[in-house]
Design a binder for this molecule. Structure first.
Ligand code: BMA
Length: 330
């Protein structure tokens, strides 16, 4: 069946690296790997570091077979050396898996946010590491919450995070929005504020949530968000039995001093699924999901995104153009 919703296209400011071909996929992983996507990427101690999600597989009968978080390093942010074993796995009688890592360096310490599927709901975790072998977990939220990202600096003495709680009971369906909260110590979180609702984004009808951790610019915190629309007419997309959602990314600017104040929201997608890796091939097609954004000294921004929940890709844009996209000037 074809979709009733209009097609979406990426902003002209976006350039896909290698014409959209993946920069990392399962065939480059030296251990059991199936779906490699939704990576967190940052620069730490002079190198590019990536932690990526590795889903072992999915069946209708058993659901997800498990997930590990793998580790890779790079000198140029494009070509990656994958470490010989995963760096982070959470699994026990209660916890099914940890996934969707997001990396942020604050005051020289590397933090990793991640989602945790448990027998009693989905939680959001925050850990730190200095060697990517040992992780100290600072907090794991109440369920259901995920897609957490940390700002790269404290504001007025507080760590700041974006998150996407999932209030199913009160709203009766998927309709999830983006919130911001603050913490003195990464453990206790409060001052929760709604910053982006589904109704604020013309290319979403289902949920909007954080994507890559924000970067600081003169005009405000430049922040990507994921935007989901759902169309029952889409029928089956990808290998999964039924997949009717489309994930694209938008961009917004938040106030530097008070980041719960939204300055501007792009009214058109920044990146929408377009290449064959994003629309035709993979587990869940029509999905792009950015998890890392790096501002280079040249003004180029590297945007790392998972495609079709199957591979990891890279796009670039100039920071000034991303600001214009957030301000709806392109
Ligand atoms: C969400 C998460 C994401 C994923 C997306 C599309 O629920 O699992 O990690 O990219 O679905 O499948």
């Amino acid at each position: 069946m074809s979709s009733m919703l209009p097609p979406l296209s990426s902003s002209p400011v976006i350039r896909r690296c290698q014409d959209g071909a993946p920069i990392l996929s399962a065939k480059e992983i030296p251990y059991a790997a199936n779906l490699i996507f939704n990576a967190g990427v940052t620069k730490y101690q002079g190198k590019y570091v990536m932690t990526f999600r590795n889903d072992y597989g999915y069946t209708q009968e058993k659901g997800f077979a498990g997930t590990s978080i793998g580790l890779a390093f790079s000198d140029d942010g494009i070509h990656w050396r994958v470490e010989k074993s995963p760096c982070f796995i959470l699994q026990d009688e209660e916890i099914r898996r940890a996934y969707d890592p997001r990396l942020t360096v604050i005051d020289g310490v590397c933090y990793m946010c991640f989602a945790v599927d448990t027998e009693h709901g989905i939680q959001g975790g925050i850990a730190s590491t200095d060697d990517f072998a040992h992780f100290q977990i600072h907090s794991i939220s109440a369920p259901d919450n995920r897609n957490m990202v940390l700002f790269p600096e404290k504001i007025n003495g507080h760590f700041i995070r974006l998150e996407r709680p999932m209030p199913v009971y009160s709203r009766g369906k998927d309709r999830f929005d983006t919130w911001l909260s603050r913490s003195p110590d990464l453990k206790f979180w409060g001052e929760h504020a709604l910053i982006l609702g589904v109704e604020d984004v013309p290319f979403a009808n289902d949920k909007v949530g954080p994507a890559a951790p924000p970067i600081k610019t003169e005009k405000g915190w430049l922040t990507l968000f994921h935007a989901v629309d759902i169309d029952q007419n889409r029928g089956k997309n990808g290998w999964e039995e039924k997949w009717t959602k489309r994930y694209s990314a938008g961009v917004m600017l938040l106030d530097l001093e008070n980041p719960s104040k939204v300055l501007s929201i792009s009214q058109k997608p920044l990146i929408a699924p377009e290449t064959k890796w994003e629309t035709d091939e993979g587990f869940r097609t029509n999905v792009i999901f950015p998890g890392g954004m790096i501002l280079e000294e040249s003004g180029e921004v590297k945007i790392y995104y998972g495609a079709s929940d199957t591979v990891e890709c890279l796009a670039t844009a100039q920071v000034d153009d991303l600001i214009k996209a957030a301000l709806n000037e392109v």
